[in-house]
Design a protein around this ligand. Structure first.
Ligand code: PRP
Ligand code: URA
Length: 211
């Protein structure tokens, strides 16, 4: 598994505001979308393209366009929804599937409650969006699900990650073709398995408490 930690002052600047507990939900949502667009630039570096002949006003030339089948973007509900708009802005021809997952806060085991994905993912490049890679349980389960549907390549994009989360996903995916793009690698987890320093509960900060 390849791990890329985005290193850019704009990302670090936006992350600092995002982490601040005084940042209200409207600004938080806007920042997550902006961060996603910056991370998408890094995450789509290997997006499959095919060459295409075009004619400019001056001459014929060869360019590229994104190959078919189009990439599949999979936000993990709920918090991953906050990243979706930033990604589709950059790859408007991609299709979108959904996975709903909720981490049980006592056992830390992710529970899947929704799925709307193509039955077959053979030959598709999949981009999984989830802002938080904490224990890694949710992301590992989501990636496993996509491979079981036939995906041969998965790129996961997270705003924050931990060494524990990376290790858990690495163990799950083995030698399969997975890339993990992170906005920052945080120190680790606290006793409640929250990311430290982190930003708190991403879903709640985006959309308020759902309980
Ligand atoms: C958060 C986050 C991840 C998960 C990370 O979602 O968005 O999906 O926790 O934790 P893990 O790496 O330890 O599995 P949550 O389960 O709180 O659901 P929500 O998005 O609906 O708030
Ligand atoms: N889920 C979150 O939203 N935040 C964390 O810090 C850990 C899991």
């Amino acid at each position: 598994m390849r791990v890329v930690i985005a290193d850019h002052p704009l990302i670090t600047h936006k992350l600092t505001v995002l982490r601040d507990k005084r940042t209200p939900p409207p600004i938080f949502r806007q920042l997550v979308e902006e961060l996603m667009t910056l991370l998408a630039y890094e995450a789509t570096r290997e997006v499959r393209v095919e060459s295409v002949e075009i004619e400019t006003p001056v001459t014929k030339t060869t360019g590229v366009r994104i190959s078919q089948p189009s990439p599949l973007i999979v936000p993990i509900l709920r918090a991953g929804l906050g990243m979706l708009e930033g990604m589709v802005k950059l790859v408007p021809t991609a299709e979108v599937g959904f996975l709903g997952m909720k981490r049980n806060e006592e056992t830390l085991v992710p529970e899947s409650y929704a799925e709307r994905l193509p039955e077959k993912l053979h030959g598709r490049q999949c981009f999984v969006l989830d802002p938080m890679l904490a224990t890694g349980g949710s992301l590992a389960a989501a990636i496993q699900f996509l491979f079981e549907r036939g995906a041969d390549e998965v790129t996961a994009i997270c705003v924050l990650g931990t060494p524990e989360g990376i290790a858990a996903v690495r163990e799950q995916v083995g030698d399969r073709n997975v890339t993990l793009v992170l906005g920052a690698l945080d120190d680790g987890l606290n006793e409640h398995a929250y990311i430290v320093p982190g930003l708190g509960d991403a879903g709640d900060r985006l959309y308020g408490t759902a309980d």
